[in-house]
Design a protein around this ligand. Structure first.
Ligand SMILES: [Zn+2]
Length: 485
């Protein structure tokens, strides 16, 4: 009994003795890390698990390579690491990341080191690290657009470095200090909106969020912190958590108006044909009209320039058109979601006692309240658009045709991906879609809404969309009557 008590006593003493060491490890200061990152990671946690030993000046040091940090933040490589020291920014290019390290010592805090000629050199104190991605993907950084121009595309890393440089310039003392830089990196900073807009005036400013939020700017600020930018109101309330960009003076028309316009027309007892062209930017519409590639559309009322949603991809565009609300409300903000979390126009028609049909290609992209009619390329023409149009004309010819007929045509998008926005072959696809539109609109007895899920921009290998770019974000929107000509 006594012996066991002693054992427990010894155990308790041992635990107490071991506590300070544990506590010291827990209190290890975090090395601030900011910039282009998919994930926010703790450098001290990484250091404990992913560091490596090396010898320096006869002592064993323990360091974490910049390559390990860049890998942990899961940014698209290549990326650079910018080491923020007391006085300077040291840019470590992608190929050198393995040789540069963050070194921690309880007495000295964080230092930076690099390997040269087989030995390590520990050089000086380190305030933090900023990751700078060399290429910006659709979801990286902050983009600023107008309806006709891509004004700026800034990486979060670039923004951090720029802001830190500016704050050092503003600093009245010659040496702002390591701690000030570390605090800056850890706490973030507010961005001056008029600086971002390079002084351009605006009537309206939309803040676009990662989940497709579209919040009108109404005072407050943009807060750069960690791996992104948040929009805060004046009382400090975060309205948009991850701002992807700013749209300066957007057009009044939105693709979400398709739902409201269709519903209003159905309410008045009209039949409605909703034609959704895939991947046809407003700039492509203008180009096609100017080059005589869309003679039927040229006869229709001029298209309004309409704002699509973010991300400008088919899932999100269709969901916005069919539900009338933005992605943050309908749940579809990228290619990964397909379930609508808001009622669609077919449900609205059903409530009015009206029948609907939704004609699509060989697969369903978003799930709707009615079963979609799929179409295969039965004639081997290499496309399903002709099959869909045939099918739509049959619906129109039948006695019990639907009151709301929605049609989704994809060939312009496919050509755009293959050849780019203005290529002759893309314009040929526009000309074919124009003929399909002519056939559909002429045969339809009722009202017609023509709009588009997203636009298209040219890349080195063809075309793409999904970015906050004016080519991707603005599309034509036409309301007209059937039975023309
Ligand atoms: Zn596409």
């Amino acid at each position: 009994m006594k012996a066991r008590f002693l054992d427990m006593y010894l155990l308790a003493v041992l635990i107490l003795l071991s506590l300070p060491a544990v506590a010291a490890a827990e209190e290890m200061p975090e090395l601030p890390l900011a910039g282009d990152m998919a994930e926010t990671v703790s450098v001290s946690a990484l250091w404990r698990t992913g560091g490596s030993e090396f010898e320096h000046a006869g002592q064993v040091e323990y360091g974490l390579s910049m390559a390990a940090i860049v890998e942990a933040v899961q940014i698209a490589e290549p990326s650079s690491a910018v080491l923020v020291t007391q006085h300077a920014f040291i840019n470590v290019p992608p190929e050198d990341l393995g040789a540069w390290q963050a070194v921690y010592a309880p007495t000295d805090g964080w230092w930076w080191a690099y390997r040269s000629d087989g030995s390590h050199r520990v050089v000086g104190p380190l305030a933090g690290v900023v990751i700078v991605a060399e290429q910006k993907g659709p979801a990286d950084g902050l983009r600023i657009i107008t309806p006709t121009e891509n004004m700026a595309a800034m990486g979060i890393g670039e923004l951090y470095i720029e802001q830190l440089r500016a704050s050092r310039r503003r600093c009245p003392t010659a040496q702002p200090g390591l701690q000030a830089a570390a605090d800056f990196l850890a706490d973030g900073t507010t961005l001056d909106i008029s600086d971002l807009l390079a002084g351009q005036n605006f009537q309206e400013l939309i803040l676009v969020g990662a989940r497709g939020e579209m919040e009108a700017y109404s005072g407050g600020d943009l807060w750069l912190r960690g791996h992104g930018v948040a929009y805060r109101t004046e009382d400090g309330h975060v309205v948009v958590d991850e701002v992807r960009g700013l749209i300066v003076d957007p057009p009044k028309q939105r693709i979400t108006d398709a739902y409201r316009d269709a519903k209003a027309l159905l309410d008045e007892g009209n039949a409605v044909l909703l034609v959704i062209l895939d991947g046809f930017g407003y700039h492509q519409y203008r180009y096609a009209l100017e080059h005589g590639m869309a003679p039927f559309m040229a006869q229709l009322p001029p298209a309004a320039q309409a704002m699509a949603v973010y991300q400008p991809v088919t899932n999100a565009g269709l969901a916005a058109i069919l539900t009338g609300v933005t992605p943050d409300e309908n749940g579809v903000f990228s290619r990964r979601q397909r379930m609508l979390e808001a009622p669609d126009i077919f449900e609205a028609a059903h409530r009015l006692g009206m029948d609907s049909a939704y004609l699509v290609g060989d697969r369903q992209i978003v799930a709707t309240s009615i079963a979609q009619k799929l179409h295969l390329d039965t004639d081997g023409s290499g496309t399903t658009d002709d099959n869909i149009v045939q099918s739509a004309l049959q619906y129109m010819g039948s006695q019990a045709g639907p009151d709301l007929l929605a049609v989704h045509l994809k060939d312009i998008d496919r050509a755009g991906h293959n050849y780019g926005e203005f290529d002759g072959r893309t314009m040929q696809a526009v000309a074919e879609a124009d003929q399909y539109l002519a056939a559909l609109v002429e045969a339809w007895h009722g009202e017609v809404i023509i709009t588009v899920d997203h636009g298209m921009h040219t890349t080195e290998t063809g075309g793409d969309h999904g970015y906050l770019r004016f080519e991707d974000m603005f599309v034509p929107y036409i309301v007209t009557e059937g039975g023309r000509r």
